[in-house]
Write a protein that binds this ligand. Structure first.
Ligand code: ADP
Length: 598
């Protein structure tokens, strides 16, 4: 029997296992059941592909998507591994061929959909064959607690009943704590070993901003991401088209992508993006599955996603090459309310709605958090930690807190005096003494709190009430037109028994720029030809601008460029001495020189 590490080197051409891979593979080869939680791109496939090659017999891989199956099989065939995919899109001839290969014991890996595996007599057929392992990919689909429940996965519980002796490895990139337990229960895993890889993506800077003037914010953001590939995720088809139009009008190569586009156009967008022919894709969540583009440098969420799993998976498409990437999430009350309405008005079961609402709640907490955002995500996935991450906006620029008890009392008093009849905007209008018709029609201009908060601007109020919701001081009743209601925590604050800290509202254009972590750079190994070319370029510029050369750029910066050979704007920004303005003025020229001489 070949050793796993030998297979990794010989067949896959890699020198070592990534963090948990080796341990997972050993456990699978030993014959345990296993649950593997590893982020996208972490290398889950090898966790069953290597055992499949090391063990005698056939490994059956259950996968939900035909495109993913085909890609995996194509990659394995490149390595001369006997693998096939069996799904509804293959013809009878190939199906017979596959069965023939299984009968002869030639086939090493069979990819199959859950329906395919469980329909007809296929399981029975497999009984007489030498099956060594079942791998269940995207295992979170088996759980209603997961973010992509698929009813056909539920029947996979039959696998363990039919094959109690054959090990099962369940793998997923997204499973919160409840989902992990549910996968084990649903698949009836037998004392499984659990492998939880760290979900932290230290190279992704995480920034959240309020959803005001989003297009303008995107334009500003793109100034420091010139020429870099990125995705703007939107909730609706209409916004993908609108954002793409706006960005094209600003000179960017951007295209929209959504499920209603004809298949060939979708394919075209995907290929153009993959080949760097377009810089930006403005997409609904339909875009991304199966995208394997290492140099995506940024991901923007134009709208708030419906749960942390989706959000984290989507930003995880950035920086797959390990180089710095940035994510920017816009959040708005409006997005939250529409997502909540989608859930409430959907056709799903009540249990499903409860789960989805709880997940949305956690997403909202993330978007409005004042503490380390990475920790919030890690805790969500069951990786508890409370040290700072230093790559999210809250760690890099901690929000300023102040004693906001006075404002909380004003708002609570208005909630109670309005007899809990006001939604957020109406409540703020009442606090600010607005003359709006709705205020007069509601009769709330007569209550005692009318106008007591007129000195506080509308957006500041919105920021404060949002924090009150997050702190449980007031709740939103979605069953009653999103009206604000008091909670058991309201009274003690009104009576002055507790102090409430709030963060100040900072308009987006006043926010300090999040510092970009500098790369550790060793200037010792500067490429001398490149350095000379950069200096010649600098002299030319200095002469034409009639300034000393160091004003254009100092020697240290040029040396850093010549040693790290930056390939993109964000890498240039990581060089000491190159900020946004110099990037805009000289970025393209420097990148050209690096390309030519580097
Ligand atoms: P996942 O299924 O977890 O999203 P994949 O299994 O597709 O991730 O692996 C992502 C990429 O990483 C693939 O290109 C794979 O070949 C590569 N990879 C996996 N393990 C290793 C390793 N030990 N060394 C180098 N590259 C690896």
């Amino acid at each position: 029997m070949q050793k796993p590490l030998e297979v990794l080197k010989d067949i896959f051409g890699y020198s070592s296992f990534r963090d948990q891979q080796g341990a997972v593979i050993d456990s699978v080869v030993e014959g345990n059941d296993n649950l593997v939680i590893m982020p996208t791109g972490g290398g889950k496939s090898l966790c069953y592909q290597i055992p499949a090659l090391v063990k005698e017999g056939l490994t059956v891989v259950v996968s939900p998507l035909i495109a993913l199956m085909n890609d995996q099989v194509a990659a394995l065939k490149q390595l001369d591994i006997a693998a096939e995919a069996m799904h509804s899109n293959i013809d009878e001839g190939l199906k017979r061929q596959i069965i023939d290969d299984i009968d002869k014991g030639i086939l090493k890996m069979l990819y199959i959909s859950p329906e395919g595996l469980l329909s007809g007599r296929f399981l029975e057929y497999l009984h007489s064959k030498n099956v060594s392992l079942f791998a269940i990919d995207e295992a979170h689909c088996v759980s209603v607690w997961g973010n992509d429940f698929r009813p056909e996965y539920v029947k996979l519980s039959r696998l363990k009943e039919a094959f109690p002796e054959i090990p099962v490895v369940a793998l997923t990139a997204t499973a919160d704590h409840a989902t992990q337990a549910d996968i084990i229960a649903q698949l009836k895993l037998n004392e499984p070993k659990k492998f939880l890889s760290s979900f932290e993506r230290t190279n992704i800077k995480t920034v959240v901003s309020s959803g005001l003037k989003r297009i303008q914010q995107i334009s500003n953001f793109l100034l420091s991401h010139q020429g870099e590939a990125g995705i703007v995720y939107c909730l609706s088809r209409k916004s993908t088209e609108k954002v793409a139009d706006d960005l094209r009008a600003q000179g960017y190569k951007a295209r929209a992508y959504h499920a209603r586009l004809p298949a060939d156009e979708r394919e075209e967008v995907q290929q153009e993006f993959q080949a760097d022919e377009i810089q930006i894709v403005c997409a609904t969540i339909a875009f991304g599955m199966g995208i394997d583009k290492p140099n995506i440098r940024w991901v923007i969420h134009y709208n708030m996603p419906k749960n942390i799993e989706s959000y984290y998976q989507e930003i995880g498409r950035g920086g797959r090459d390990g180089k710095p990437a940035e994510s920017l999430l816009f959040h708005s009350w409006g997005d939250y309310v529409s997502l909540k309405r989608f859930i409430d008005e959907g056709e799903a079961t009540d249990q499903f709605k409860v789960v989805q609402s709880a997940k949305l709640e956690r997403m909202w907490e993330f978007a409005t958090a004042a503490s380390c955002r990475t920790n919030l995500v890690l805790n969500y996935f069951g990786e508890y930690r409370n040290t700072k991450c230093d790559h999210c906006d809250n760690c890099l620029n901690p929000p300023e807190l102040f004693d906001g008890t006075k404002y909380v009392q004003m708002a609570l008093s208005a909630v109670i005096r309005s007899q809990e009849s006001a939604s957020l905007n109406l409540l703020i209008d009442v606090l600010r003494g607005s003359n709006r018709i709705e205020v007069r029609d509601s009769g709330l201009d007569k209550i005692k709190t009318f106008g007591i908060g007129r000195d506080v601007p509308f957006l500041d109020w919105k920021h404060y009430v949002t924090q009150m919701v997050n702190q449980g001081l007031v709740s939103i009743d979605f069953t009653d037109r999103s009206k604000l209601k008091s909670t058991p925590l309201s009274m003690p604050v009104l009576k002055g028994e507790s102090t409430i800290m709030l963060s100040k509202f900072v308009p987006n254009d006043k926010k300090p720029k999040v510092k970009i972590p500098k790369l550790a750079i060793d200037v010792g190994d500067a490429d001398q030809d490149l350095l000379a070319a950069l200096k010649t370029w600098r002299i030319g510029l200095a002469k034409s601008q009639k300034v000393p050369a160091y004003v254009i750029m100092n020697n240290k910066a040029l040396e850093q460029v010549a040693s790290v050979l930056p390939q993109s704007s964000s890498e240039l920004l990581a060089v000491d001495g190159i900020g946004r303005v110099k990037l805009m003025k000289y970025g393209d020229a420097i990148l050209e020189i690096v390309k030519e001489y580097g």
